[in-house]
Ligand binder design. Structure first.
Ligand code: SAH
Ligand code: SF4
Ligand code: F3S
Length: 462
């Protein structure tokens, strides 16, 4: 019989990456095999992101290319999933412009993938099945994780923060935490399979557990997870400054497993803008939080997200953002030009009071220039130090270089002896060079002893 093959193209954040792993697990169970090429795929799933227009344009461009694939091989099934599918505008657009698409489903019903494929097989029409709100948290879904020692684990779905620029609360629904026990069981199973670097996921991990009975919090969860043998690094993403508690800071400070990487998206440095963004903190309370983090965790690596050109942002507002960046001295910042999102309050303000495109670009450039200088200085300060690096692969640029990451997520390029396989190993590295986006160094000790890592993807055991 013909071996069915699938390809999943994933856009967006780690939550989407994780959803793709769950889709892959379901397809494994249906007897499909993964492929990397459109040319021999029987099923292509496009897992989309809606956070900015540019993300949508990438996905739509790819969906456009699939028209050719469908023309050449009409038997291919094309599915569109993810955050864009949750937007009514997308469905209307696909219906009109993308007849090559067979199935559309959203973020709340990806566990229905097998049924949806079955329905698509018996239909000539585009099957659209998008749930407007989330049902109960679904446990026991199969999943196929990427090979290696790094794994992602969902702990909370959705977001209740409703920042006025953001589409995520609409595409991901209200906050729902997983119970602590199945999360612990999942991480224990991962440790048994040889995973050593676990990142817990949520749009706002700091609100983990408030909806459980009894209520729990992220610090409680991390304290349980760090007891699990075999797990070396525990990371979390993403956190909101408002709920980043002193208890969590103290928990990180006392732990030798929880990452020292503290990502605290600030978005803007001006109080009126923060208020209109509905971020629910002020510049002063944010800076106080940063000071508490720095004093309890002196080796913390701080990063942030910043939006420029929010509707009504004046030059003086923007200068306060620059000022805040100079004060905090982040290791790195993800910087974005504001992008109006349908249904959000800020999209209406953008209609009345937009920042001109050229000004937005100019502000982005000024911000990046400042941040790059600070990033370089922060990296240079690590020269001479020893860091533990997880080796992720051979550098794309040279077979004589390994690429890896520190626990604080900094990229490190390491001299490579092709005779020694260090893939997926944790190695001590002496840092000898620093650039804006990466460090370089050489191996300064033996790799940590660890389990053999090659493994086959297993269903999640919980
Ligand atoms: N839950 C995360 C954010 C996820 S989106 C958090 O609150 O930190 C990642 C980043 O994209 C945000 O932090 C923000 O900086 C940016 N972003 C979100 N919506 C945007 C928009 N409409 N335009 C530009 N950037 C946006
Ligand atoms: Fe969007 Fe704000 Fe929720 Fe982050 S916290 S996902 S920026 S609404
Ligand atoms: Fe994008 Fe959805 Fe993540 S909008 S950033 S894929 S939650």
């Amino acid at each position: 019989m013909h071996q069915l093959r699938y390809l999943i193209k994933t856009y967006g954040c780690q939550m989407n990456e994780r959803d793709s792993e769950i889709m892959a697990g379901q397809l494994d169970q249906l007897g499909y095999q993964a492929t990397f090429s459109e040319a021999d795929a029987d099923l292509i799933v496009v897992n989309t992101c809606a956070v900015r227009k540019s993300a949508e344009d990438h996905a739509l461009g790819y969906i456009g290319q699939l028209r050719q694939v469908k023309m050449e091989r009409p038997e291919v099934t094309i599915a569109v999933a993810g955050c864009m599918a949750q937007e009514p505008g997308t469905i209307a657009w696909l219906t009109k412009h993308a007849p090559q698409v067979d199935v559309v489903f959203g973020t709340h019903n990806l566990h229905q993938l097998p049924e949806l494929l079955e329905r698509a097989e018996h239909s000539d029409e585009m099957i659209v099945d998008v749930w407007q709100s989330a049902g109960e948290v679904v446990e026991h879904l199969p999943s196929r994780r990427k090979d290696g020692v790094r794994a992602f684990v969902n702990i909370i779905y959705g977001c209740d923060k409703f920042c006025t620029y953001c589409i995520v609360p609409f595409t991901r629904g209200k906050e729902r935490s997983r119970e602590m026990q199945p999360i612990i069981a999942e991480v224990q199973a991962l440790a048994r399979q040889g995973f050593q670097d676990v990142t817990v996921l949520g749009q706002n991990v700091n609100s983990y557990g408030h909806d459980l009975d009894p209520a729990r919090d992220l610090a409680d969860l991390l304290r349980e997870l760090e007891k699990i043998d075999g797990i070396r690094w525990l990371r979390y993403t993403t956190s909101h400054p408002r709920d980043f508690s002193q208890k969590l800071i103290d928990t990180i400070a006392a732990s030798n497993k929880i990452t020292r990487h503290v990502h605290l998206p600030v978005q803007a440095g001006s109080n009126p803008i923060l208020k209109r963004m509905n971020r629910k903190y002020t510049k002063e309370s944010y800076l106080d939080l940063i000071a508490r983090v720095k004093s309890r965790i002196p080796d913390a690596s701080l990063t942030t997200d910043i939006i420029v050109g929010f509707p009504g942002e004046s030059e003086a507002d923007f200068e306060q953002t620059l000022e805040l960046v100079r004060t905090v001295r982040y290791d790195a910042a993800f910087t974005f030009i504001y992008s109006a999102r349908e249904k959000t309050p800020a999209a209406r303000w953008e209609g009345r009071d937009p920042v001109p495109p050229q000004v937005k670009k100019d502000r982005l450039n000024r911000l990046m220039e400042l941040q790059y200088k600070i990033s370089l200085e922060a990296n240079q300060a690590l020269i001479g130090r020893q860091q533990l690096v997880l080796v992720e692969g051979v550098s794309k640029k040279s077979a004589r270089i390994w690429a890896g990451r520190t626990q604080s997520n900094k990229v490190v390029l390491i001299d490579r002896d092709p005779a020694v396989d260090l893939l997926d190993r944790f190695v001590p590295v002496r840092i000898t060079g620093a650039k804006t986006f990466y460090l370089s160094g050489h191996i300064s000790g033996r790799p940590l002893e660890g389990p053999e890592v090659r493994r086959i993807a297993l269903p999640m055991a919980n």
